[in-house]
Write a protein that binds this ligand. Sequence first.
Ligand code: PMP
Length: 357
Amino acid sequence: MSKYWSEITKNIEPYVCGEQPKDKKYIKLNTNENPYPPSPKVIEAIKMAANEDLRLYPDPNCDELRDTIAEYYDLNRDQVFIGNGSDEVLAFSFLAFFNTNEKIIFPDISYSFYPVYAKLYKLDYKLSSLKEDFSINVEDFLGENGGVVIPNPNAPTAKAIDSDDIKKILQHNSDKVVIIDEAYVDFGCESVVKLIKEYPNLLVIQTLSKSRCLAGIRVGFALGQEELIDGLNRIKNSMNSYTIDRVAAKAAVAAIKDEEYFKECVSKIINTRELVSEKLKSFGFEVIPSKANFIFTCHPDIDGEKLFATLRENGLLVRYFNKPRINNYLRITIGSEDEMNVFLEKLHKIVENILQK
Ligand code: PMP
């Protein structure tokens, strides 16, 4: 605590990112990054963009990138907003669409950045408890609220939500903005982008950090009807007009255009995820069926926190959340096939060891 801090700075509870170790001694399965490198076309685009034009500011509207994304999703440029990672797009959205005198709603087990933004902006919120099987309680989202935020698939549970349930939520909240955070949607979940034409209250947020192998360049985007995108632009242009640099914008365009490489990476990850899920079950783990690039799992006879620590000592970095209901679970990012083979081999030994004691 410092006397120089504002009241806001004193009172916020910042989000804590997953660890980014400086050495490479770990198999890193803790922050849901893609184990595969970006497309060679992306690397080429980055090299081409590293030129004398860097003395100039970038295009504040990211028109080339917006056009590329709009074409990909059959939308128009004015239905696309680009941000510095989807975290920034979320941060702007909370400010653009939610009011302090109404309670927004999101699931009690979901992305832990949502309550951080809510508290930062002094927004009231209520939490909807996930059901026993970690599915969302749709009824909770149909009552009065100041806006809705739902990740699909949910994080950290990796569980998908039915498009019909999202439709119901959109219909019951026609005066409020419903944000569907589709950070992991490409790994086997149905996107609701196609509902944008029908629902002016729908904002879909996606990222290039996961399925496009580009967590390092920080590009995320929102899709919605023009009035929502206008709202986001008003906030952005009251904070920082140049959130995307020239190099990142070119890299992102190349990534969206390389459909073949994207599909190949996603399908490898999905295959590995299914193999790893089966193996974990054979070791006695309970595995929630995953539609993401990670698995949420627990072992009924092993303490989650202890297992997390033992894995870490053995060079395997996964994510553990010390929170009610999920404090026995581990979130394991899907790495490459080779990484996951080493992971499973070591995990098996650790589990046998713990159970024998
Ligand atoms: N939404 C969810 C549900 C996430 O898990 C993450 C990644 N931590 C993000 C958004 C943000 O991703 P990025 O800022 O890298 O686009």
